[in-house]
Each structure stands twice: as structure tokens, then as C-alpha cells.
Design a protein around this ligand. Sequence first.
Ligand code: DQA
Length: 148
Amino acid sequence: MQKVFVLNGPNLGRLGTRQPEVYGATTHASLAEHLVETGRGMGLDVEVRQTDHEGEMIGWLHEAADAGASVVLNAGAWTHYSYAVADAAALVPAYVEVHISNVHAREEFRHHSVLSAKAAGIIVGCGVGGYDLALAHLAASGNPGEAG
Ligand code: DQA
């Protein structure tokens, strides 16, 4: 099965209680469970992780790069300024950038992403359903990190 990491950055572990009017009522635990299940139905071996620590996220991106695994990446606020996360993301075979909220309808600082230029795709403002769309895209496009 094609391995896909879903990597969530800072504050996304608070899903369900963090600004539910912006991010919805789904908790990170139930999102993770749902994505593993949905991924299985698409032939993907999905692993979901969340961290509030930038170095840990960079380590996970290196792990995905070494495993030749694609990534669904919601880097939270790092999206807007972390060149370190962007450099690490550039090492994986392919990543889809996801934002639960419509960042373009929000504060100006959320309009720019340092991740978008090298993303295989960008899904914004579709709620937590955006992760399903990202998995569907990776399932349809195969894993550029795997030979054959
Ligand atoms: C977010 C949008 C970011 O601006 C914010 O810092 C987040 C979540 C989203 O999923 O909509 O933490 O990436």
C-alpha cells in the first residue's frame, strides 16, 4: 500500500475546541481515525501526526523523504513564514498543502504561503473535508517516490 503521512502543525491538536466557527467541531483524534479509514478505502496506508514543535515537524518530513512517502501537510501558522519547514517539505516526493479555513478571507498575514510554490496541490477553505480531497489526489496520482 502507498504510504502517506498527514502532518499537522501547531494548534491543530486543539481541533474541536479551537475557534469551532473557523475550524469546525471535529477533534484531531476523530479526524485522524477518519483519515486512516478513508485512506484504506483508497488503497493508502495513512499515518496522521500532529506537533507544536517545528523541529519535530522537520524530522517527520525527513522521515517521509527517506521513506519515499507523500505528505498531506497542514503546517498551521508555519505556512506563512517557516523557510525551514518549506525546505524540509521540498525533500518529499510530493505534498499537498491543506488549510481547513479559507486563509484568503482572513487576516493579511495568512494570505501568503511559503509552501505553495512547491506543492503538488493546494486545498483551502473546504473544512476538514480538504484532507479527504488531498488523499484522493495522492491516490489518483500515485507515489512519485516509488519506482515502477
Ligand atoms: C490553518 C490556517 C493558518 O493560518 C492557521 O495558522 C492554522 C490553521 C488552516 O487549516 O486553516 O493554524 O492552516
